[in-house]
Design a protein around this ligand. Sequence first.
Ligand code: PMP
Length: 352
Amino acid sequence: MKNWENNIRKVKPYIPGEQPKDKGIIKLNTNENPYPPADGVVKALKDYNSDNLRLYPDPSSEELVNALAERYSVKPSQIFVGVGSDDVISMAFMAFFNSSKPIIFPDITYSFYDVWAEVYNINYEVKPLDENFRINTDDYICDNGGIIFPNPNAPTGVYESLDKIEEIVKGNPDVIVMIDEAYIDFGGESCIPLLNKYDNLLVIQTFSKSRSLAGARIGFAIGNEKLIKYLNDVKFSVNSYTMNSLTQKIGVEAVKDENYFSETVNRIISTRENAKSKLKELGFVFPDSKSNFIFASHPNKSAREIFDELKKRKIFVRYWDKHRIDNYLRITIGTDKEMEKLFEALECILSK
Ligand code: PMP
């Protein structure tokens, strides 16, 4: 190792799901939405005046913040937007997790949390989910430096009730509790209403799943005005112009089209419910999912083998070779047609 390497921050980075270049792949590996963005988004893209690119974008993304404030019935000063919820959560770790006490999150969870904790030198402790992948509330009522978990959980898809979330937020008045609601629109009840009662809660959502805009990178957080002010102070100390002007415009259009939003979300929910029956018929077991994916395991064939066999057939799902979950596949809900192809392939793989 060279001397200059001694003082370098060394991190083990997060590994995102594969984005294959080949055509004709059934891509059920990164929880993207199988439907296109709303018409208004497509029109805004066409109408975008490229002369705007000469100018810096609005650093506070005011139009998008206002559209979100209206949609979620909160004040604009309660909204923070970022370049995907990854950016929002990363900023929030920097802003809110500054205690020497460990922050806590589940052992099976979004695999970016420990990466951010490492890169920002934040102490952390993981709390094992129970055998049904449920959170044990008591694990979170303790001395800690902050809390984060996804609801519904990723990669399990398990949804915890608002009562449980409230118990955890209420039991931790001295730290910030972040609920990552990346998948909440697929059947869960958001904890946004709890913001009226608790000032230590931050709710984070994304346009990547339910609004078909993973490629545009839009995420947001809702919290009390003071929290959002602290979050903006950190953002404006790192990079004022995080979100480009084109993205701000299409984000507004995506929020405005409530009909298209509910139509596509409901279509995905219905495909998911059908997928649950089909997977059960094929012998898979899985916790009930309220997200746009199913976390499934088969008693007769290893997840690794199924994963490899599916890949040979150009069907991509997600697999982690990790303690407790190394016999599970996370299958994103695609279109009905894509799911039919998946079931056919699974039938063939399982009959061998
Ligand atoms: N939270 C969870 C639980 C996720 O699964 C994802 C998707 N990888 C994200 C946050 C980040 O999504 P995005 O940055 O696209 O908003």
